[in-house]
Design a protein around this ligand. Sequence first.
Ligand code: RAM
Length: 892
Amino acid sequence: MVLVTSGWLLTDPPTVEALTPYDLRCEHRADPLGIGTARPRLSWRLASPVRGDRQDAFRVRLLRDGVQVWDSGWRTDDRTYVDHGGAPLTSQTDYVWTLEVRDAAGDQSETSATFATGLLNKEEWEAHWLEHDYDTDPKFEPPVDRAEPRSVRQATIAPPRYYRRSFELKQPVARARVYATAHGLYQLSANGQRVGADELTPGWTDYRERLAYQTYDVTHLLREGKNVIGAVLGEGWWSGYVGWDTRSHAHHYGKKPQLLAQLVVDHPDGSRTVVATDGSWVERPGPIRFADLLMGESYDARLELGDWSSPGYDATGWAPVGDMGADPSTLIAATTEPVRVTEDLPATEVTARGNGRFIVDLGQNIAGRVRLRIRGAQAGDRIRLRHGEMLESDGELYTANLRTADATDYFVSAGAAEEYFEPIFTVHGFRYVEIDGYPGELTTEDVTGRALHSDTPVAGRFECSDAGVNQLLSNIRWGQRGNFVSVPTDCPQRDERLGWTADAQIFLPTAAYQADVLTFFDNWLADLATAQTDEGAIPDVIPHVITGRHGTPAWADAATIVPWTLYRMYGDDRVLRKAWPSMRRWVDYVHRANPDLIWRNRTSGHYGDWLQVGVSTDRDVLATAYFARSVEFTAAAARVLGLEDEAATYGELWERIAQAFRKEFVDAEGKIRGETQTGYLLPLAFGLLPEEDAAVKHLVADLEQRDRSLTTGFAGVALLCPILTKYGHADLAYDLLHDDRNPSWGYSIKHGATTIWERWDGWTEENGFGPVAMNSFNHYSLGSVGEWLYADVAGISQSPESVSFRDLVIRPRRGGRLTWAQGSYDTPTGRVSTRWEITDGVLRLDVVVPPGATATIHVPTPDPDSVRESGQPLGQQVCRVGAGTYSFTAKA
Ligand code: RAM
């Protein structure tokens, strides 16, 4: 077992002397295996220390088995991507691509990368679905201690099964790949070794329509002669608990887990051996007696199977599998990074509670699981692990907020001197673990917290002189990590963990500054499109399970906001092309139901400004503002896609909604109905007011009257600091940033938060814990202020017309307690970074602009005449530059 201590880290660009491409991607992924398209997009980033440097031309060549199959030719173009333009790629084939770039001076640089296609045609699937017939089993006895009341539901649990197949290879192995997936969760082994490091595969998609298969290279695991391939199969999202439904209503996709795998071995002579799941496999139960994402896992080491996936193992007693035949209809190649263990956190504190019971603190709230070392246990000794985010005032674990999620794992010892336990098919949201029944003294060395999440590549970094703000950023980052588990979820701990659409759209800009989330959200958008109702409404949660609600203002608008934001951040117009039908159908749905353009009808659950504080933002104001926003982005998408008529139609509709908004909600003094902070923020941010001063004045007056305290919920909070800053009130934004009274970010930090809380009053000095019915301590929505830290404090943003940060706006805003701040962001073409610092009355601003980009730099000084760049007088506050490193000084 390899422990991962590195964390979720940023990879720095190479240090270079001239224009150099790096970070080559195919379909936005580094050296991917099993891509599902015959015409992939190839892209790269650029680094250069040379001022004004840019790519003048590029050339891509594609090779298969050393033979060139496509040459783009030299293209005079500064874009850093190209779509494969040769003959469609061949299925199940490895490719190498070389990239040459040429700078303005004519100097060239070359590099290369690889990718492999998956099964590009459904007919290539020979594998059959395998399942165990749980119906004929003796009634399932819940393992150790899974007591009432949950046992009612456990009666329908399908305990994991182990599957294996031994086979002989008559020739050496040149290349071996496994294409695998499950209705459920699976983990593959070959010849006694785990295959890959992916977790919770195949991830969660709308299985009724789309099921991702994963591709693994197993060349190094196989050999001529006898081999074994095997898998353990559990329930996961397919048939386990998801959300708050009880099992009787659940089984969202099916009742029994099923396995599908196809091993393809290429031999040196060009021949191929295929070993696919079929009736020749055998299966049996094993040590995992129970596994569920929400409830936890039970492992009985006495039932271990030994070297069950190695040749020479005696498989007597393994049963024939249920062969359910072939059906590849829903299969798609995985398009995004899998969930992985990205960091191991050593326990920071162990408190003995008597009688073999301990409370362990990891020091950080995470989504993941524990790896436990057990020494000196007797066979049959049972250890229970309960997980929680907080402690009660008496030091006991706080679990009331988990609702019906047990979040409890069990380990039964086989009596070996040293044993390890780590569940594989469950994930808990926790900082503390209660370990009960441990033999002897538990120490911090015995417990490791393993953080699990979708391994989206890190893209951004932010740091400043204030410890509280750095902690806020850390909490935002961990909120993202704990909730980007295959899909963007609301929370990782209670019986929910659903892809709530508003949470996702509100947090997306922040998420995208921190990590490359393009493929992650593109995958989710595909499920959004399939879940759209015939009328055009979008369900509240994607993948669509549970709520039965759809078309909620600010929630369903994810249909337009997510694709448009992805396009702005990453510049991949294919996202818009795919999303266009659902964008358009969504706004048409709202329009049809609200011909007078005030969105009052068909507002579904209408949560308003969810979890706002002591005020009630007018629901029609919120809904109509969002209607305008969705129409604006639909029109913008149409323009990008060259759909001129639609662009004009939706553009004109937007004008009419804006007019209707003003007529209905804005009075003669510029007050907006409801007079709440969010009520002002939405039309200001969405550009619905021709004259903004009055709204800004009322917004500021509201904050002042409340002693500079916020009232915003999910919908308003993301806009608060950016809008205040935009309209000249950065001082107010900084006050909110540093505030530590309730409600504020600082209040949770003052009380030890290591993640963003769902509600401002999750825990208060006056009342202790907030309402247990809904009190997550790891919800990212209120962390949407992260965008402002990157865009306005570090000062990294782009001009309104720019996509993929080709035209940067570098405009750091000083303020609050900060004496310095720095940030970096890996744009699709390369890294931009900033650092500002004030010492002894002098401001220093360092900026790095990537090749090909332009930047408008605003030096934050009150005295433009004092500005110097690299020691030379500049005499102005704003300048426009190309690529390179710049160093400004000015009076502070
Ligand atoms: C809660 C979720 C989510 C929110 C909905 C309305 O149950 O946690 O954050 O979007 O309600």
